[in-house]
Design a binder for this molecule. Structure first.
Ligand SMILES: Cc1cc2nc3c(=O)[nH]c(=O)nc-3n(C[C@H](O)[C@H](O)[C@H](O)COP(=O)(O)O)c2cc1C
Length: 231
């Protein structure tokens, strides 16, 4: 092993980390994305960790229009029901329907998210490429250790994929709504029953100008030191 320590261009690394957004309205549906770039990004994604180094991940790269149409149709059905509150899904925390105080940043950001979400819902099938990351096993009824270990063995790679694409000026959006029809999509794509889909990334070149850091809750509000609630 060489002792050379490679210099890191921190500004570029931070820019990618700070500006990788869920791009919905600025996906270029007309410009093909070279598969070589997707493969490059996937190779980087495979540097992500997996519990016990199992690497039981799989990545479906979808370009066939028939499949993209089916996935987009599932997504639309799921998103429609979600917005109308008709999914019957558990209400555990992660929902766009959650209401915050008027002054809360998340409440203020909601309208824009709804608008861009609606756009993606209508046009998702036009994305040149979709990627569905998967992990071997079904663990929805397992203990927290198992669930954390399984999700933790596919979600870091998913995020790395988005970052690696972003570094190549390719945009993507993290989505999960299609999972309400996970089985229907798995059957259509020949995915075995013992694999779990983790996300759906529509992928395309970015249109318009550059992306920018998002406004988030301040670090002080979400970080405690030594004792819960202590700053
Ligand atoms: C686990 C997860 C699930 C998400 N599911 C969806 C989705 O189904 N549809 C969608 O339009 N955006 C989805 N998003 C994107 C979030 O809405 C987005 O990350 C958030 O609003 C912050 O915006 P940003 O990613 O552009 O910074 C999801 C993000 C995560 C992390």
């Amino acid at each position: 092993m060489s002792n050379d320590i490679k210099p890191i261009d921190l500004a570029s690394v931070d820019w990618v980390l700070n500006t990788t957004r869920s791009v919905r309205q600025r996906l270029d549906f007309d410009r093909p994305v070279p598969m070589a770039l997707i493969d490059e990004a996937l190779n980087i994604a495979l540097q992500a960790p997996t519990g016990a180094n199992t690497q039981t991940w799989r990545f479906m790269v979808i370009t066939e229009q028939k499949s993209k149409d089916l996935i987009a149709d599932c997504y639309r059905r799921a998103a429609g029901a979600y917005v109308e509150g008709k999914t019957g899904l558990s209400k555990t925390g992660v929902t766009m329907m959650r209401e915050y105080e008027e002054a809360d940043l998340r409440q203020q950001q909601k309208a824009a998210m709804m608008k861009s979400g609606g756009y993606l819902m209508q046009h998702m099938q036009r994305a040149p490429v979709m990627v569905i990351p998967l992990i071997e096993g079904r663990f929805e009824h397992d203990d927290v250790f198992t669930q954390a270990s399984m999700w933790g063995s596919i979600l870091p790679a998913t995020w790395s994929l988005m970052l690696a694409l972003r570094a190549r000026r390719i945009a993507s959006a993290w989505t999960t709504l299609h999972l309400q029809y996970e089985r229907e999509i798995s059957d259509a794509l020949g995915i075995p029953e013992n694999y779990t889909q983790a996300a759906l990334l529509p992928i395309a070149w970015l249109t318009g100008g550059d992306l920018h850091p998002a406004k988030r809750l301040p670090v002080n509000e979400v970080t405690y030191r030594d004792r819960w609630g202590q700053h």
